[in-house]
Design a protein around this ligand. Structure first.
Ligand code: ADP
Ligand code: ZN
Length: 439
């Protein structure tokens, strides 16, 4: 096993050296993609870009963007940039926002991916002594195998449970002396819930780390998870089109997600004008895969909304950070002219009562044709026992939530309280918005 310093060295590279590496890799990936992918040559021709004018990373802004729909339209292999003999695996996006996107990986691609996940784990504080239980789904989804290969690269002992079978998760936490769990934050909420029901004692475990990603989650949710279980919860970010989990991850400062920018070059653009935005301004995150062989993407629009934090991180890593992903542009609802996204609702609910973690947002049409928004909030068992048959107090609590939503988000939500165990639980990504407008 390489030593800690060797694994993490690229994270701490002098910035000049990092920019040099990015520059060289960018030219290489651009030329390879141009030569090997006819679709990309056509894209450049359509946009009147002369490939000879692309000489350094500074020229990247001359290039057109690649969108999610482009990857769907070229399904399955229209973006392949190498021969099929070199491809050793496929994954596909989970399709939360439409048809899946299929991504081919070469050995080198899997290697970079495992390296990045391993660098994330190092930044969280894991080492060879850790036992990492993987509760992300295995299969076409990148979560399971991503954490599996990266954890193995880090030298951890892997317990590949996958999603589901929650009581077995709890049993292994205790019996296999698991120190780290990786799964979606919403699945971990479900694990916490089942633990409470069966009287599971978190103190009987050695769990120290939670590695949560694949969907947005808030600071308030982090506090809830840590208070319930005594672990430290870390954010890991990624997407299939770029590699999978581990495009970036937090460090122990937990003040933004470091991007492994020696492999994935980030930009932020205005999602409407597509103009690059300066560091610190929020917009759509765009990535160029600097050394991907199977399916490189150049200026790929992620639809994730965040900003680049360029200030040095106290941890000493020179690779830049992004802010926590607050939402995807697809998840943003525009209700009577106000932009609303689920993480705002989550922050409000958890501020009213830290246990209000199970909620769902319903969109429908009023008889007048205007959009209506309802949030169904599940009472915790304690709250239900306290208020369950007291109509006046239930109504008071409901109104408290509705007023806080109105004052924070700026619109009226129909707010409905539901009994414990009514909101569906998720083993993977939770569907927070139910859109019934076209029914
Ligand atoms: P799909 O687009 O079908 O969900 P993926 O499974 O590849 O496909 O999911 C990648 C997406 O998941 C990202 O683009 C982002 O929207 C979301 N995501 C991943 N990690 C995080 C995270 N830590 N915080 C917020 N969102 C995340
Ligand atoms: Zn840091």
């Amino acid at each position: 096993m390489p030593k800690y310093s060797m694994i993490s060295a690229p994270d701490f590279m002098p910035v000049n050296r990092l920019r040099e590496i990015q520059n060289q890799k960018f030219i290489n990936v651009f030329q390879r993609t141009y030569q090997n992918v006819p679709w990309y040559r056509e894209l450049l021709a359509k946009n009147n870009v002369d490939p000879n004018s692309i000489r350094s990373l500074a020229d990247i802004s001359k290039l057109p963007f690649i969108k999610k729909t482009d990857l769907r339209d070229t399904y399955p292999n229209g973006m392949l940039a190498t021969s099929m003999d070199k491809i050793v695996r496929y994954h596909a996006s989970s399709g939360t926002t439409g048809k899946p996107i299929v991504v081919p990986y070469t050995r080198e691609d899997l290697d970079v991916w495992a390296e990045c996940v391993s660098r994330c784990l190092t930044a969280f504080g894991l080492d060879e002594s850790d036992v990492l239980q993987v509760g992300y789904g295995y299969g076409l989804f990148t979560g399971g195998l991503g954490l599996h290969d990266g954890g193995q690269r880090r030298g951890c002992t892997i317990v590949p449970v996958s999603g589901g079978n929650t009581e077995r998760h709890l049993m292994f936490f205790r019996d296999l002396k698991v120190t780290a769990i990786a799964c979606t934050p919403s699945y971990f909420l479900h694990i916490i819930d089942v633990a409470q029901k069966i009287g599971f004692d978190w103190k009987e475990t050695k769990l120290k780390f939670g590695i949560f990603g694949a969907e947005p989650w808030t600071e308030e949710m982090r506090q809830f998870i840590e208070a319930q279980t005594g672990i430290r919860a870390y954010d890991i970010y990624g997407l299939t089109e770029i590699s999978g989990p581990g495009v970036g991850g937090e460090c122990s400062c937990r003040a933004g997600v470091h991007i492994f920018e020696d492999h994935f070059y980030p930009e932020i653009v205005d999602p409407d004008t597509l103009q690059p935005l300066p560091d610190g301004e929020s917009g759509e995150l765009v990535f160029t895969t600097l050394d991907k062989i199977g399916m490189p993407v150049i200026r790929y629009r992620t639809r994730d909304i965040t900003k680049i934090i360029a200030e040095p991180c106290p941890c000493g890593r020179t690779i830049r950070r992004i802010g926590r992903i607050s939402h995807r542009s697809d998840d943003m609802m525009i209700i009577r002219g106000v932009n609303v996204f689920p993480s705002q609702v989550e922050s409000v609910l958890l501020a009213v009562d830290p246990g209000l973690v199970n909620y769902q947002i319903y969109l429908s049409k009023n008889p007048d044709g205007l959009d209506a928004i309802e949030v169904k909030v599940e009472l915790t068992r304690e709250k239900f026992a306290e208020l369950g048959d007291n109509v006046a107090n239930l109504e008071k609590f409901r109104r408290q939530i509705a007023e806080k939503l109105k004052s924070t988000v700026g619109i009226n939500f129909k707010t409905t309280l539901v009994e414990p165990d009514v909101i569906p639980r998720s083993q993977g990504k939770m569907q927070r918005i139910v859109d019934e407008r076209n029914k």
